[in-house]
Design a protein around this ligand. Structure first.
Ligand SMILES: Nc1nc(=O)c2c([nH]1)NC[C@@H]1CN(c3ccc(C(=O)N[C@@H](CCC(=O)O)C(=O)O)cc3)C=[N+]21
Length: 286
């Protein structure tokens, strides 16, 4: 079977072009969308992601303020910083790069971000709004996956979607988004027994486990659509996905590569959510 590689770039470029038009229209109304990105400590991968985010934002006219803080910053200081950004009229989106140092409680931090500026979609209010299918900020990676599959004309309704991973950021919300699009959804995770038994049932297999090359050919249904959300940094500098793409080549119908698959869509959805936040905050009630 011929395998189609689902690159993120063409879909991301199309969406970014439309976003750039919206940013132009907003700036004609004196609104410059702005995101504040807080990064704490010297986490290597995080610094890479933050750099990518800033560059992508500025390329389409979104302001990105990177706020770098020392690892020793206290939780109270971080909460105060978030409060001041919540109250800053010129800031539409707030993103706290994860993971945080151990002495800072992630829940306390994420719940302090105003839900209307939570462009990551990690606040419990936005998670709840997704669960009840209301308008909300949806988390960028799962939202990007939905848009990527739409771009490649992959049908979702009635399909059996198997998700490997149950993180709040990817696994759980992608299952809900698929459910909202009439898929039948199975969740697997690190405690699942006989993982392969489940993954081989998936017409669409989403792997967000964070374990390099967890999935091999024998774990995938022939002809399946595979989305690889893995990003395992190797000592060599190479980034590996959760799926052994060489092994599943010519066995699956579609697969996303790592890198250049889901990653560019994640960034694009962050831009999308920031523009959306700027619109909602600037033209409330219009
Ligand atoms: N508050 C928060 N929000 C996030 O959205 C968030 C986070 N924390 N912590 C870490 C993860 C990871 N993440 C990625 C974004 C882009 C790529 C991406 O564009 N990757 C490129 C390759 C980049 C490279 O390795 O050079 C690609 O796939 O082609 C990957 C991963 C966002 N995250």
């Amino acid at each position: 079977m011929e395998t189609t590689i689902m690159y993120g770039k063409p879909a991301a470029d199309q969406i970014r072009l439309a976003l750039q038009d919206e940013v132009t229209r907003l700036s004609e109304q004196q609104v410059i969308p702005k995101i504040a990105v807080i990064i704490i400590g010297e986490h290597k991968a995080s610094q890479t992601y933050v750099r990518i985010k800033k560059k992508a934002a500025e390329k389409i006219g979104i302001k990105a303020e990177i706020i770098e803080k020392d690892e020793m910053m206290t939780e109270r200081e971080l909460l105060d910083l978030i409060e001041s950004l919540n109250n800053d009229q010129d800031t539409h989106g707030i993103l706290i790069q994860l993971p945080l140092p151990d002495h800072i409680r992630e829940n306390a931090v994420l719940e302090t971000i105003s839900p209307e500026k939570d462009v990551d979609g990690f606040h419990p209010i936005n998670i709840g709004r997704l669960a009840v299918e209301e308008d909300a900020f949806y988390p960028c990676t799962p939202l990007g996956i939905m848009k990527l599959l739409d771009y490649y004309n992959i049908d979702i309704a009635q399909k059996h979607v198997v998700v490997v991973g149950r993180s709040h950021i990817v696994g759980k919300p992608i299952g809900q988004m698929m459910l909202n699009r009439d898929a039948t959804v199975t969740y697997c995770h690190s405690k699942t027994t006989n993982l392969s038994h489940h993954t081989t049932q998936g017409d669409i297999l989403i792997v967000a486990a964070g374990r390099a090359h967890l999935i091999q050919k024998e774990d995938v249904k022939p002809g399946a659509v595979v989305v690889d959300v893995g990003n395992s940094f190797q000592a060599t500098g190479e980034v590996l996905g959760d799926v052994d793409i060489d092994d599943v080549q010519n066995h699956v119908s579609y697969i996303t590569p790592v890198p250049k698959g889901v990653g560019p869509m994640t960034i694009t959805m962050l831009l999308n959510n920031t523009v959306e936040a700027a619109k909602r905050l600037s033209f409330k009630g219009d």
